[in-house]
Write a protein of this length. Structure first.
Length: 146
């Protein structure tokens, strides 16, 4: 089996169906990865937050983040995506592995040797970067004091 999890001290990458299931929060149901792949994820990571806000900028949508914790050292990593606004806003959850190919040579894809007639889809890599908690300022109506 090809390695589907690649780790460095500062980055974590998930490939193929497992990567898709992690970023779409489908580890418990409807996922495309095998139960063994889900178990591999759970043995090394835990989900901290799904669809967490990142910046509070809500103009025509927002950037959200999936956050995981690596069990071996407790470090948290996040992968962000754009969620369009509105009642039927589309979620843009695309692989970002190409952005990290220099830092993670294990995930570089050989585009020239890909047989497009046999497989029209290229397996994506989803790279999680270190994150830390950030509290957005929020307000609520004051409660009347008695």
């Amino acid at each position: 089996m090809t390695e589907i999890i690649v780790e460095t001290p500062g980055l974590v990458a998930f490939g193929g169906d497992l990567g898709h299931d992690v970023v779409w929060d489908q580890l418990e149901s409807y996922g495309d990865a095998s139960p063994d792949e889900h178990d591999l994820f759970r043995s090394r990571f835990e989900v901290v937050a799904t669809d967490a806000h990142t910046d509070g900028d809500l103009y025509q949508g927002t950037t959200l983040m999936q956050v995981i914790r690596r069990k071996s050292d407790g470090r948290m990593f996040g992968w962000s995506y754009w969620q369009a606004g509105g009642k039927y806003g589309e979620s843009f959850r695309e692989s970002n592995g190409d952005d990290f190919a220099d830092e993670l040579p294990e995930i570089q894809y050989d585009w020239d040797s890909h047989d497009w007639s046999e497989d029209p889809e290229v397996p994506g890599w989803y790279v999680f970067q270190p994150v830390e908690p950030h509290h957005l300022p929020a307000y609520r109506f004051a409660k009347e004091s008695a």
